[in-house]
Design a protein around this ligand. Structure first.
Ligand code: NAD
Ligand code: UDP
Length: 325
């Protein structure tokens, strides 16, 4: 028999976003009181609509760059940050403030409340990696002044803050480096590759390939990732990370486009566009640490995950006719 989980007050920043809303849903299923903090920069009220009736769920509209005052919180998941390149580059100073000032504010809260705090870091801390696959011990290859730097360096600075709060104040931290994750509740205009290709295929528009499409990514389905978040948070205090979380099966962007066309049955063509600067050429996580410490590994294949995501976008597009808005 599985042990019942003790009820706690859990704060999820970025809880109205893609990953955050799935996390809130799972925490509610475990019986916790969930406080979702979001400023709706990229998040959507629709993502949390079904939980708002839940008596254990509350929403606090707030920008984490400003201090936050709450009591009784036992666990914090810090997911608030624009995550798609087009969104984090739209207002780079906001992105940096969110990741640096936001992390400081939440670490201060965790310190005062003696709460455990999880940081949604990213594979972007490895930049355009010269080591493949990427292990947690790799220090990365990051441009400090490029168009991706607001996100990459913001997340790197946040990691530094987390580790300094751990060393200086013994705040219990859990730092996860998340690799490309996709699934239902991504916004149709999110701009990341999986949602772009699916929306383009379903609306018979050309699939936009940046560069020659030979760059690689490893795509993780959202349910697999959220399982790892919850597992990591339950580990002993000494396991602080950073821990790579993602699916290690690597695909080129062209292979992804072909899979989306095949699974949607779309006759969309491919259109080649300029590769944005500093776009990483290859990315694949080494997840051996997560496998051994969390006894976790992804179980959803790209095909299975894409099928569920296509079904989701199909419903969203037909119910809202979103492209005409
Ligand atoms: P998302 O854009 O769907 O969600 C981000 C959420 O944070 C949104 O609801 C947004 O409104 C909110 N937010 C942004 N800035 C805020 C602020 N200053 N104050 C309060 N709320 C704010 O993106 P996502 O894919 O769900 O990403 C969630 C987290 O995971 C991000 O921190 C991202 O960097 C990290 N991450 C995601 C991936 C991925 O592949 N999905 C990969 C690596 C890291
Ligand atoms: N990409 C693409 N077409 C798109 C969107 C993205 O070819 O419509 C490419 C992008 O250049 C990158 C990869 O797909 O090489 C993944 O991009 P995404 O924005 O999803 O995430 P990233 O891993 O770059 O943060």
């Amino acid at each position: 028999m599985t042990k019942p989980v003790a009820r706690k007050k859990v704060l999820v920043t970025g809880g109205a976003g893609f990953l955050g809303s799935h996390l809130c849903e799972e925490l509610l299923k475990e019986g916790h009181d969930v406080i979702c903090v979001d400023n709706f920069y990229t998040g959507s009220r629709k993502n949390i609509l079904s939980f708002q009736k839940h008596e254990n769920f509350s929403l606090l509209e707030h920008d984490i760059s400003s201090p936050i005052f709450l009591e009784g919180v036992a666990e914090i998941y810090n997911l608030a940050s624009p995550a798609s390149p087009i969104h984090y580059q739209a207002d780079p100073i906001f992105t940096l403030k969110t990741n640096v000032c936001g992390s400081l504010n939440l670490l201060g809260l965790a310190k005062r409340l003696k709460a455990k705090i999880f940081q949604a870091s990213t594979s972007e801390v490895y930049g355009d990696p010269e080591v493949h696959p990427q292990k947690e011990s790799y220090w990365g290859h990051v441009n400090a002044i490029g168009i991706r730097s607001c996100y990459d360096e913001g997340k790197r600075c946040a990691e530094t803050l987390f580790f300094d709060y751990w060393r200086q104040h013994q705040v219990p931290i859990k730092v996860a480096r998340i690799f490309n994750t996709y699934g239902p509740r991504m916004h149709p205009n999110d701009g990341r590759v999986v949602s772009n290709f699916i929306v383009q295929a379903l609306t018979n528009q050309p699939l936009t390939i940046y560069g020659d499409g030979m760059q690689t990514r490893s795509f993780c389905y959202v349910d697999d990732l959220i399982r790892a978040f919850l597992g990591f948070m339950k580990t002993q205090t000494s396991l602080i990370g950073p821990l790579n979380l993602g699916n290690p099966t690597e695909f080129t962007i062209l292979e992804l486009a072909e899979k989306v066309l095949q699974l949607t049955g779309s006759s969309s063509s491919l259109i080649f566009k300029n590769l944005p600067s500093d776009d990483p050429k290859q990315r694949k996580p080494d997840i051996s640490a997560a496998q051994s410490f969390l006894h976790w590994q992804p179980t959803t294949t790209l095909e299975q995950g894409l099928e569920k995501t296509i079904e989701y976008f199909d419903q969203v597009l037909s119910s809202e006719n979103i492209l005409q808005q």
